[in-house]
Design a protein around this ligand. Structure first.
Ligand SMILES: *Cc1c(COP(=O)(O)O)cnc(C)c1O
Length: 351
C-alpha cells in the first residue's frame, strides 16, 4: 500500500508488531556481532541506521544509505566517479559542496563545468560527455530553481547520471527519483531531523547496482553515521511533515510582509518551503547588526530546525562572491508567526 508522506513519516522504520515488541526501533550500540549473520561488523550495518534508511526510502523512493553528514554523502557520490570525469554543476549552491567541487576541479580529480542552473539551455549545452549532473534546487542560499523534469530527462537521453540535493525542497515538495534522477541526497541535519541536534546525511538510490557501489564507498571511506544520531534523526522524521508545513505557512506570511518593508530591497522565496533569503538596504556591517539584534530568532548557521535562525551568509569566507554581502538567510521555524515578525521588525530597526 502506498501511503502519503505524512503517514509514512510516522509509520516507517518500526519493528514488526508482536506482543510486547517495542513500538520504536531499538538503539543498537555494538561494534561487532556474533559470527554467521549478514552484518558482522559495526561499519557494515546497524539496526538503528536501517530503521532511519527505511523511513527515508519511503519518503524519497529507492533504497537509502545514511552517512555521517550531508557532506559525507556528497563526497561518496563524487568518490565513485573516474579520475577527471566531467561533472555539470551549478555555479551557486551550498558552500561546502561548492568548496568540494572547486577542490576536485583544481586537483584534476574531476572536471567541473559550472553553469547557471536557472538557464536550462546552458545546462543542457554543458552536458555533452559528462558523467554526472549534480543539481541542487532550490539552491542554498540564493533559492534559485532548476527545471528538474527537463534537465533530468535531457541527462537521461545522454545516459548521464543525475544526483539531486533535495535538502531545501524535501520529499514533501518534490521527489526527484520519480522524475528519473539516480540519486537523491539529503543533509538530514536540516528539515528531516529538524531539531538542530544531529549532523547526518543520506543518499536514496534507484538502481541496485549503483546502491551497491555507494554502499561500498561508505564502507571503505568509513563515513558511517553514529547509531544515536540515526535514532534521533528518525525520531525527528516522525514530525517532519507537520513541522515543515507549519514553518512553510509562517514563511509564506512573512514573505509578503518582508516584501513591503521599506528597509528590504529584495526578497527571494521559491513559493514553497521555510527558507527566505532577503537583502537589507545597507552595508554588510549593517546586515550583520540586524542578525545580531534578534532576540527570538537565533543568530546561527544551519536551517530546517523547529526554531527560527538567521545569518548573513557572506560572513563565511567559503560563501560564493556572487551571493550579495547584505543577504540574510532566514530559516523560519514553528514559533507563532507574530512573534517572529515582531522580532524581525525590531531587528530591522537597527538599520
Ligand atoms: C547543510 C547542507 C549540506 C551539507 O550537509 P551537512 O549535514 O552539514 O554535512 C548540503 N547541502 C545543502 C543544501 C545544505 O543546506
Amino acid at each position: 500500500m502506498s501511503l502519503h508522506p505524512e503517514t509514512s513519516a510516522i509509520t516507517a522504520g518500526r519493528p514488526e508488531a508482536a506482543p510486547d515488541a517495542s513500538l520504536n526501533p531499538p538503539l543498537i550500540f555494538s561494534s561487532t556481532y556474533h559470527a554467521g549473520g549478514p552484518v558482522s561488523y559495526g561499519r557494515y550495518g546497524n539496526e538503528s541506521w536501517s530503521a532511519l534508511e527505511t523511513a527515508i526510502s519511503q519518503l524519497e523512493g529507492g533504497e537509502t544509505l545514511s552517512f555521517s553528514s550531508g557532506m559525507a554523502a556528497i563526497s561518496a557520490v563524487f568518490s565513485i566517479l573516474p579520475i577527471g570525469a566531467p561533472v555539470v554543476a551549478s555555479n551557486q549552491g551550498y558552500s561546502g559542496t561548492m568548496g568540494l567541487l572547486n577542490q576536485h576541479h583544481a586537483s584534476g580529480r574531476l572536471e567541473v563545468r559550472f553553469v547557471d542552473i536557472t538557464n536550462t539551455e546552458e545546462v543542457i549545452g554543458a552536458m555533452k560527455g559528462a558523467a554526472l549532473l549534480w543539481l541542487e534546487s532550490p539552491t542554498n542560499p540564493c533559492l534559485d530553481l532548476a527545471d528538474l523534469p527537463t534537465l533530468i530527462s535531457a541527462a537521461k537521453k545522454l545516459t548521464i547520471g543525475v544526483g539531486v540535493d533535495n535538502t531545501f525542497a524535501t520529499p514533501l515538495v518534490q521527489q526527484p527519483l520519480s522524475m528519473g534522477a539516480d540519486i537523491v541526497m539529503h543533509s538530514v541535519t536540516k528539515f528531516l531531523a529538524g531539531h538542530s541536534d544531529v549532523v547526518l546525511g543520506s543518499l536514496s538510490i534507484s538502481d541496485p547496482a549503483l546502491f551497491k557501489r555507494l554502499e561500498e564507498a561508505r564502507r571503505f571511506n568509513g563515513s558511517i553515521p553514529g547509531p544515536f544520531e540515526a535514532w534521533l534523526a528518525l525520531r525527528g522524521i516522525r514530525s517532519f511533515p507537520v513541522r515543515f508545513r507549519a514553518a512553510e505557512k509562517n514563511a509564506q506570511q512573512l514573505v509578503t510582509r518582508l516584501q513591503s518593508h521599506t528597509k528590504i530591497t529584495k526578497v527571494r522565496y521559491p513559493g514553497f518551503g521555510a527558507v527566505i533569503s532577503f537583502e537589507v538596504d545597507g552595508t554588510a556591517e549593517q546586515a550583520e547588526k540586524v542578525c545580531e539584534s534578534s532576540r527570538l530568532i537565533t543568530h546561527a548557521t544551519s536551517l530546517g530546525g523547529i526554531e527560527s535562525l538567521w545569518e548573513r551568509r557572506r560572513r563565511w569566507a567559503l560563501e560564493s562572491p556572487s551571493v550579495p554581502e547584505q543577504l540574510i538567510r532566514l530559516s523560519v521555524g514553528c514559533e507563532h508567526v507574530e512573534d517572529i515578525w515582531q522580532d524581525i521588525e525590531q531587528a530591522l530597526g537597527s538599520l
